[in-house]
Design a protein around this ligand. Structure first.
Ligand SMILES: Nc1ncnc2c1ncn2[C@@H]1O[C@H](COP(=O)(O)OP(=O)(O)OP(=O)(O)O)[C@@H](O)[C@H]1O
Length: 310
């Protein structure tokens, strides 16, 4: 059986705002069922890339296909498959929450039969008590949550979410994460930008890191963590001594320990944040040598320190 076709492909995309070059030779493929988190410092071009993928901006060179179609030529049936949260919505401040969603729903119903009820999505995102509020009276987090409710309503096959959780409190953020993963359980694909690395660590099956308009790293979180070059650290107490052991494979190392004879065991792995900071702090080297500019360490484990009990 041949593999399912990619959901998104971008090939050699260059984009500039007038004389300001922003994207340089961006190539990426997103496969069905992936949750891809797009990371990078402010102003590196994440939103610009998303807008190129959606066809609201046109690449100077290169090509974009979503569901095999050029989004600039796509019709209503194509857009019915996509749920969007974008940075800048223009809306009618005087409209009430439920009217806004009913209006979006009526548009979606022209292209798809699988549109959820307004009451259902409001309940899912926890905004039922705001159904009668004017948009202008919503807090920033509630406004973002409403955008997400609108994105979910058509039960989309693809969610493209530009910083969907910015400004959300922890409980609202967790609820939104659950709703994203529910769509993924239903075989949807997700491309989202975020500055929240713990969010990326939690949701992403793959992380893409951008710097200065280029992709400088692309891979699963576990792989990117390894690129930091720092090994995991195992510490424990045994026979009155404090032991520290650096290893690329803590699981394998733990099998060698006599767990009945030790106490105070800890395992500390490099975080995605460490990997991210290492990668974005070296964009110049990344540009020169491409994606694999940081070496993946595969040395055998070595005990680095053995300290007397304090
Ligand atoms: N409409 C525009 N006209 C001119 N320049 C723009 C426009 N929108 C963005 N830019 C510039 O393009 C560059 C990339 O902006 P973009 O919004 O894509 O970055 P980003 O990575 O999404 O940033 P952030 O993380 O802050 O949202 C920035 O230098 C920005 O100032």
């Amino acid at each position: 059986m041949s593999p399912a076709p990619p959901v998104i492909t971008a090939r050699g995309v260059d984009f500039a705002y007038g004389k300001l070059p922003v994207l340089h030779d961006v190539t990426l493929t997103v496969h069905p069922g992936e949750v891809v988190c797009l990371l990078g410092p402010n102003g590196v071009g994440k939103t610009t890339l998303v807008e190129n993928l959606l066809g609201s901006l046109r690449p100077r060179t290169g090509s974009v296909r979503v569901f095999g179609t050029d989004p600039r030529r796509a019709g209503a049936a194509f857009w019915a498959r996509i749920g969007l949260v974008q940075q800048n919505w223009s809306d009618h401040a005087k409209w009430r929450v439920k009217d806004q969603l009913e209006w979006i729903r009526s548009m979606q119903l022209t292209a798809s039969a699988q549109v959820a009820d307004v009451a259902e999505v409001l309940d899912a995102v926890g905004l039922t008590d705001k159904a009668g509020s004017r948009l202008s009276r919503l807090s920033g987090g509630q406004r973002r949550t409403l955008d997400f409710a609108a994105a979910l309503m058509g039960r989309p096959d693809l969610l493209i979410l530009d910083e969907p959780t910015t400004g959300l409190d922890p409980a609202s953020k967790a609820r939104l994460h659950d709703l994203i993963m529910e769509r993924v359980d239903d075989d949807a694909t997700v491309l989202m930008t975020t500055h929240d690395l713990s969010e990326a660590e939690r949701l992403a099956s793959r992380v893409i890191i951008m710097a200065a308009g280029r992709i400088i790293a692309d891979g699963p979180v576990t792989e990117l963590r390894e690129r930091v070059g720092r090994k995991a650290e195992v510490t424990w107490m045994q026979d009155g001594e404090h032991h520290v052991h650096a290893t690329a494979s803590p699981e394998r190392f733990l099998q060698q320990l006599d767990l009945d004879a030790i106490s105070g065991l800890t395992v500390t792995r490099p975080t995605l944040e460490e990997a991210y900071l290492a990668l974005v702090s070296q964009p110049a080297e990344a540009e020169q040598s491409g994606i694999d500019h940081l070496t993946i360490q595969s040395d055998p484990a070595t005990t680095t320190a053995k300290e007397p009990r304090p």
